[in-house]
Design a protein around this ligand. Structure first.
Ligand SMILES: [Zn+2]
Length: 473
């Protein structure tokens, strides 16, 4: 029997606000423990929360970008549980009336579009952090009260690959609208997954497990692959899946049991009495809608139509807003779109990966690439030379022209100079000339190579080819 997986994701995105959700404490990352706290976020008796307006704006922005219905009336709720990193004994969240519902995100899976439903998006506060040392445990409350969005999908995802693509798309959208930096390693984007399996073609739901602690895109795929295999093996062996929460262990590459259903919390949710219900006016909604930038899907479509880029190029360029803008800047200067795309997708992205930099941080600016492409177009340098000098351009920010002049890399396009060089090479290789003339025409590459070697790659390949063909025929 073949099985298919049914996957739903629960994502926590930390919002890029200056201050916390219910007090004025800073949200800055990496400060000394317990330096960004006040009576409100450490839960002293008698204090009252004041809602940060920015958080509401960001939640609405995210909801609109994910095609959600924005509730004109929503409410905060108390989620009660005790843990040392939660001094007030409850987390303020939203429960039965979240701010956004019924949205979706489209993902492109191997060339076809899959729609993943968004069940809800709600606002909540983060808890603090427990730090376990050898002989004691410490609590840092800097993160207590940092605003989060919890984004819950429908169980529409069928494969680990789809889950990873969904996370990438979600991250791209959050970064486009500027509400979250999307850094999974630093924990500003966290993902839990619900997984069950069922016989292919069945519409029933199997028993699901929840996987926590997935903190990179690679692990989204790996953790799900492992968990699906584990569940299939249990069923094939005649066993039963136990409903439980499992923890992804990236070191062993396995999911491990954390707690069973019996140990699950009963949070005793109730409406938060210290905050009034939230009403969103039509004006506020429209004001926020007007601030939405062009989103990845629209950008991909525009790049394909306006610049005649292949779908693949448009997809990759649009994954990061900065890269898309860098691309468009070079095109605006007059460079050919497909040329610019080729250079970004290969050499420039490789450099970004190697150095861990963002495209906005590198020394190579769109103008530099435009100038480099111009030198190729004019025949001043060959494509190969251009490739060779790009690393220096990336490292120093020097213009192509400067490097070409300093190193004497100007392409040799002087026909008479190349003619005599070709004569010399043909004279030196009589056997190859004879073989070529007897029909072994692929030897042309050999002759071109010899000319390139003699000129250290500076000969204009187009002219060399013409001369060789003429002289050999
Ligand atoms: Zn505070």
């Amino acid at each position: 029997m073949n099985y298919e997986a049914v996957i739903g994701l629960e994502i926590h995105a930390q919002l890029l606000t200056e201050t916390k959700i219910f007090c004025g404490c800073s949200t800055r990352f990496g400060s000394e423990p317990n330096t960004q706290t006040c009576p409100v976020c450490i839960g002293m008796p008698g204090v009252l929360p004041v809602l940060n307006k920015r958080v509401v704006e960001f939640a609405i922005k995210a909801g609109l970008a994910m095609n959600c219905k924005i509730s004109p009336y929503s409410r905060f709720a108390r989620k009660n549980y005790f843990y040392p990193d939660l001094p007030k004994g409850y987390q303020i969240s939203q429960y039965e009336l979240p701010i956004c519902e019924h949205g979706y995100i489209d993902i492109n899976v191997n060339g076809y579009t899959r729609r993943v439903g968004i069940t809800r998006i709600h606002m909540e506060e983060d808890a603090g952090k427990n730090i376990h040392e050898k002989d004691c445990s410490l609590v840092d409350l800097n993160r207590t009260g940092v605003p989060l969005l919890e984004i819950v999908t429908e169980p529409d995802i069928r494969t680990p690959q789809e889950a990873a693509l969904f996370m990438k798309k979600l991250r791209a959208i959050l970064r486009y609208i500027g509400v979250c930096d999307g850094n999974m390693e630093q924990g500003s984007l966290r993902c839990d997954a619900n997984v069950s399996i069922r016989p292919e073609g069945s519409s029933e739901m199997g028993t699901k497990t929840e996987i926590k602690n997935i903190n990179s895109f690679r692990f989204v795929e790996k953790a799900l692959e492992y968990e699906i295999k584990r569940q299939i093996k249990i069923l094939r062996d005649g066993g039963e899946i136990v409903q439980e929460t499992r923890l992804w262990n990236s070191e062993t590459g396995r999911t491990e049991s954390m707690r069973s259903k019996e140990e699950a919390h009963d949070y005793r949710y109730f409406p938060e009495p210290d905050l009034v219900p939230l009403e969103i006016s039509h004006e506020m909604l429209e004001q926020i809608r007007a601030t939405l930038p062009e989103l990845p899907d629209e950008k991909i479509k525009r790049f394909v139509t306006d610049y005649r880029l292949p779908d693949y190029d448009a997809q990759i360029l649009s994954e990061e807003r900065d890269i898309a803008e860098w691309f468009e800047e070079a095109v605006r200067l007059g460079a050919k779109p497909k040329e610019v795309s080729n250079w970004i997708l290969t050499e420039i992205m490789r450099y970004l990966n190697e150095t861990g930099q963002e495209i906005s941080e590198i020394k190579l600016k769109p103008l530099h690439l435009f100038e480099l492409l111009n030198l190729i177009e004019k025949g001043t340098i060959s494509r190969n030379i251009a490739k060779n000098i790009l690393p220096e351009m990336l490292n120093t920010g020097n213009s192509a022209e400067k490097i070409v002049q300093e190193k004497g890399l100007t392409q040799i396009s002087d026909t008479s100079e190349l003619e005599s060089l070709v004569d010399e090479i043909l004279n030196r290789n009589p056997k190859e000339v004879q073989r070529y003339r007897e029909g072994e025409t692929k030897l042309l590459g050999f002759f071109v190579g010899q000319v390139m070697k003699a000129t250290k790659g500076k000969a204009n390949p187009k002219i060399v080819n013409e001369i060789l063909r003429r002289k050999l025929s």
